[in-house]
Design a protein around this ligand. Structure first.
Ligand SMILES: [Zn+2]
Ligand SMILES: [Zn+2]
Length: 298
């Protein structure tokens, strides 16, 4: 598989001189299977440039878009994804939903006339929806498994296995522990139940989910100092991110969902600190930070 990042930022786009190297667009990555079939991870603002590239190549687009959750930074680019405006293209949007709000509504509400001039049913491409809980589904000839992670309302992590290799994508996730207890009231009950009933470390199910992945993309929004004041916001500090990678025995870790307040230099610092921690703790995996335009062979 081949992976390319089109958006690496969390929360809100951050264009400007301070974010040129790691990028200012919100979450989006392109995953090509060995036969070039297209899976898109999240539809943050990065998907706009991916759409431009697909149109430029003259490709007819048949793609699955795996949405982690409907916070703006993961769906906001979809109305600007040009292949959705081309008849003959075929898009399947995969994601979770709640008892109250269906997946289709989560995507289409942001295109309500009040917010956007073109409605979902006016798009020329065929757009289908496939809601998922915790399960395994086939996408082209890849196996895609899903897990609820710890994030306000809900968020889904994906693991894509194809050709003997696997990629785990957990864009937004917070360590589940006692400190979070007061903050999880906003999380769907179905998610809380899964964590609070597990024995030992409640994050064990995350460690098991990413076990032996060739590449793990994981939330590393905060420094440990920043996290103290942001418990319950749904994100990890990089020490927890390292722990997930170590416990899961992954081969490569990609730090993702950079905080909007972090400049390129700050992200460089975080990577250097993580590398030092990895050496000190004798972890075995490699660590890098996601950057717009970066490509990884899996
Ligand atoms: Zn996010
Ligand atoms: Zn979120």
């Amino acid at each position: 598989m081949r992976l390319k990042f089109w958006g690496t930022r969390g929360s809100i786009p951050t264009p400007g001189k301070q974010t040129v190297r790691y990028g200012g667009n919100t979450a989006c990555a392109e995953l090509r299977l060995s036969n070039h079939e297209l899976i898109i991870l999240d539809a943050g603002t990065g998907i706009r440039n991916l759409g431009e590239a697909l149109i430029e190549n003259g490709e007819s687009v048949k793609a699955f878009i795996l949405i982690s959750h409907p916070h703006w930074d993961h769906i906001q680019g979809f109305p600007f994804f040009k292949p959705a405006f081309v008849s003959g293209n075929d898009l399947t949007i995969v994601g979770g939903e709640t008892d109250k709000v269906m997946l289709k509504k989560m995507i289409s509400d942001q295109m309500n006339k009040i917010y956007f001039p073109v409605q979902l049913n006016e798009l020329k491409a065929t757009v289908k929806f496939r809601s998922v809980k915790e399960e395994e589904i086939g996408v082209f000839d890849a196996r895609v498994s899903t897990i609820y992670v710890n994030h306000p309302s809900f968020a889904i992590g994906y693991r894509i296995t194809h050709g003997g290799k696997s990629l785990a994508y957990i864009s937004d996730n917070e360590p589940f522990d006692g400190r979070v207890a007061r903050a999880i009231r906003n999380v769907e009950k179905t998610v809380i139940d899964r964590y609070s009933h597990s024995k030992g470390d409640p994050n064990q199910r995350i460690f098991d989910f990413v076990r032996n992945a060739d590449v793990l993309i994981h939330d590393a929004t905060y420094t440990p100092e920043e996290y103290v004041d942001r418990v319950g916001w749904g994100h990890s500090d990089y020490l927890f991110t390292l722990k997930v990678a170590a416990e899961g025995k992954v081969k490569r870790l990609v730090l993702f969902h950079h905080d909007p307040a972090h400049s390129d230099d700050k992200v460089d610092d975080i990577v250097q600190t993580c590398k030092k921690e990895i050496r000190n703790r004798k972890y075995k995996f490699d660590c890098l930070a996601a950057a717009e335009g970066m490509e990884i062979e899996i």
